[in-house]
Design a protein around this ligand. Structure first.
Ligand code: CA
Length: 712
């Protein structure tokens, strides 16, 4: 006879009951609307919640229920998974948290210990967009390319696999894994540096590889992996794309479609960006910038639709895809919706990839339209930049990037964070002079002239289109805007719509806002004092509806740096870029203190060694190696150190940082593989000169000649 067992506490789940999401639960997600079971809430990834406890009539009473400081000032992009009162999410450096959804109390924390030197291999910050939870396991992909399965109850590692085929190349993973049919699917990033993209399916139970699909052909002298690679290779003409890598990374969207047991891959841009280098004989360069449908069980190719044939602008089609059932021209269709970087909103029939609509959702200048008969864009020949620099909209940050949209099927609308964000494209000088392009294994390989980017911008400022940010209620079938909110900065957060009649959105100004989904009227607003990129989610725990969001900007926009003017509107530059999880409920009364303003003074510079020729040389190297993180014209965007504000002690060890990598453990790897000590000296002098210039302006001694130099 045994002693009676103690009854478990209410709300304290037994370990065997934690994270028990399976295919059936995700397929039937509408029957448990209080949970957020998958990346886009359901397999359809519409990110539209049926919850209504928080609604138009009471949203004004929303307040903070609890919050958690995440101890980072790098961007937070994660979508939490919420299941049975627990929340699972990631932060910078691929760290994973499991917390109570009611209180934020930590159940466990897992750190994959990404080598901080890997930060240099990431084009777009050390971010992570979230986990998948499935049958008692939590799956996270680390920045350095590992896929890791954790025990959902304890955070202990169950298995780990290396997903990277070539560790000499700069592959990274920032995307959330997806799960279905007992498999975990993951892609990778790295096309800016020069890699070949692919997606791999692993057995969810033990990590065994099930299939792998490459998105672009490799060296045609070697055997093709499958018939589709042979077909794709015929669309790459001339050139030696495989030496740079070809690109086509699937770094964000992978969507499982239970209706057809299909997996859709959102495929990225070319490596290098410029097609005249990549494929000088022309051709579409399959499967760059495409949506590719595969059999989810075997990885066998089913169909593709290419949004940007012969991509020339970094126009990835990796942006979130949503699935829906929709009436189009009087016919019930199973459709796929995507707003990729190139500025056209695609509606495809997901049974066969047929193009149904492609309406522009922002300012588009690279093409006049997409021909619905041929399915191809009509390019604007006037913006061919092979000979001369041209401003093009959208630029490489896209008319829409990874920041999530929300699909309101009943209203026939998509709530979409969009932007007009141009770039001046100019072919790289070395190629113009010699006709030869050589891969740089330690840096970006775009084929564009980034070394002289400041001068190119100054020379072409008069024609610069004005950058703008938007939140739009967009009808993908008619191409009309139902309403538009204009936001002074372009780089804003993801979107959540709800049946409570609300659209939630966090922006660069630090405002977390609930809009009336009918007309865009502001119904509630909360100042987080931090710029946001992450998408909000909503869930219900113990009968109470919550809305949550992670704060902290950075990501793909480190390069643009400090917006000008006025910086004062940008929350993360004015205050701090504090990574925080905020969770709201009706009547929530937790008060957060207002943070202090940043010290934005620029110290006096020792200009004794600084001379014009060193500045000129240093500028080229800075723009090639430093500017992508530390910001254009040495003005940081808030997430990474602003080099104009280095103190004397840091100046003293500048070359040890840049060459020897003494700050490697802080995320700043050394660059001895690509820079000599004397080149680092030149960069140092350029940084001092820029700091001195901006200091003189701030003291009123000089005119702000670079003030207008931004594409904020
Ligand atoms: Ca890219």
């Amino acid at each position: 006879m045994t002693a009676p067992q103690a009854q478990p506490e209410i709300n304290e789940p037994s370990p065997a009951m934690i994270g028990l999401i399976d295919d059936e639960r995700i397929k039937n997600a509408e029957s448990e609307p209080g949970n957020w079971l998958a990346y886009g809430r359901t397999y359809e990834e519409q990110r539209f919640s049926p919850l209504t406890q928080i609604n138009k009539s009471n949203v004004a009473d929303l307040g903070v229920a609890w919050y958690k400081d995440m101890g980072t000032n790098r961007a937070l992009e994660s979508t939490p998974i919420v299941v049975d009162d627990l929340m699972f999410f990631t932060t910078s450096w691929s760290r994973v948290y499991a917390v109570s959804a009611l209180t934020g109390e930590e159940l466990w924390f897992y750190d994959p210990k990404v080598p901080r030197e890997w930060g240099r291999r990431a084009c777009c910050d050390v971010v992570n967009r979230g986990v998948a939870v499935y049958k008692g396991k939590v799956y996270v992909a680390s920045l350095d390319g590992r896929l890791i399965a954790l025990n959902a109850a304890t955070g202990e590692k169950i298995w780990e696999v290396d997903t990277i085929t070539d560790r000499d190349r700069f592959y990274t993973i920032t995307g959330a894994p997806r799960v279905a049919n007992g498999k975990v699917f993951i892609g990778n990033g790295g096309a800016e540096y020069g890699v070949r993209g692919y997606v791999t399916a692993y057995d969810a139970e033990n990590g065994d590889q099930v299939w792998r699909f490459f998105t672009v052909p490799g060296d045609p002298a070697l055997p093709f992996e499958n018939p589709q690679m042979e077909m794709a290779a015929k669309t790459w003409k001339g050139g030696e794309w495989w030496k740079v890598g070809g690109g086509g990374t699937v770094w964000n969207s992978i969507v499982y479609d239970p209706d057809f047991n299909q997996l859709y891959l959102g495929v990225g841009n070319g490596s290098p960006w410029t097609r005249v280098i990549r494929s000088p004989g022309g051709g579409d360069n399959l499967f760059l910038s495409s949506i590719v449908a595969l059999d989810a069980d075997t990885g066998a190719y089913k169909w593709h639709y290419q949004t940007t044939p012969g991509d020339n602008w970094d126009y990835t089609a990796v942006q979130d895809m949503a699935l829906a059932d929709m009436e189009v021209d009087g016919v019930d269709r199973k459709v796929l919706l995507q707003a990729p970087k190139n500025g056209f909103f695609y509606v495809l029939d997901r049974s066969d990839g047929e193009l149904l609509r492609a309406n522009p959702f922002a300012t588009v200048t690279w093409a006049s339209e997409v021909d619905l008969v041929t399915g191809r864009p009509v390019e604007n020949p006037e913006l061919d930049y092979t000979e001369n620099a041209k401003w093009v909209l959208p630029g490489p940050l896209g008319a829409h990037n990874w920041q999530a949209m929300s699909v309101d099927v009943d209203a026939g609308l998509v709530y979409l964070p969009a932007q007009d964000n141009p770039l001046i494209y100019e072919m790289v000088d070395t190629w113009k002079e010699t006709g030869i392009y050589k891969r740089n294994p330690g840096g970006w390989n775009t084929g564009l002239e980034f070394g002289r980017i400041t001068q190119i911008l100054i020379d072409n400022l008069a024609e610069q289109p004005t950058p703008k940010g938007y939140l739009k209620a967009f009808d993908p079938l008619t191409g009309e805007d139902r309403w538009v909110i204009e936001i002074p900065h372009y780089w804003n957060g993801g979107v959540l719509g709800t049946s409570g009649g609300l659209v939630f959105h966090g922006d660069a100004l630090g405002m977390f806002t609930a809009y009336d989904k009918e007309n865009g009227e502001i119904l509630w607003q909360y100042n987080t004092y931090t710029s946001m990129l992450a998408p909000p989610i909503t869930f219900e725990a113990d009968g109470v509806q919550y809305v949550s969001i992670l704060t902290g900007t950075g990501g793909g926009d480190l390069f643009s740096g400090e917006p000008l003017p006025p910086v004062s509107e940008h929350a993360s530059l004015t205050y701090n870029n504090s990574g925080r999880l905020l969770v709201f409920k009706l009547g929530g009364a937790v008060e957060l203190s207002v943070p202090n303003h940043r010290d934005r003074t620029i110290p006096a510079q020792d200009m004794a060694e600084v001379n014009d020729s060193a500045i000129a040389r240093g500028e080229l190297h800075y723009n090639e190696y430093c500017g992508f993180c530390h910001g254009l014209v040495v003005r940081s965007g808030g997430a990474i150190a602003d080099l104009r504000r280095m103190n004397d002690a840091t100046h003293e060890v500048f070359n040890q940082i840049v060459i020897d990598g003494i700050y490697g453990s802080k995320g700043m790897a050394g660059f001895a593989d690509v820079l000599t000590p004397s080149q680092a000296d030149d960069i140092h002098q350029f940084v001092r000169a820029r700091a001195n210039q901006d200091r003189e302006v701030s003291l009123g001694n000089k005119k702000p000649e670079l003030a207008q130099l931004t594409w904020q």
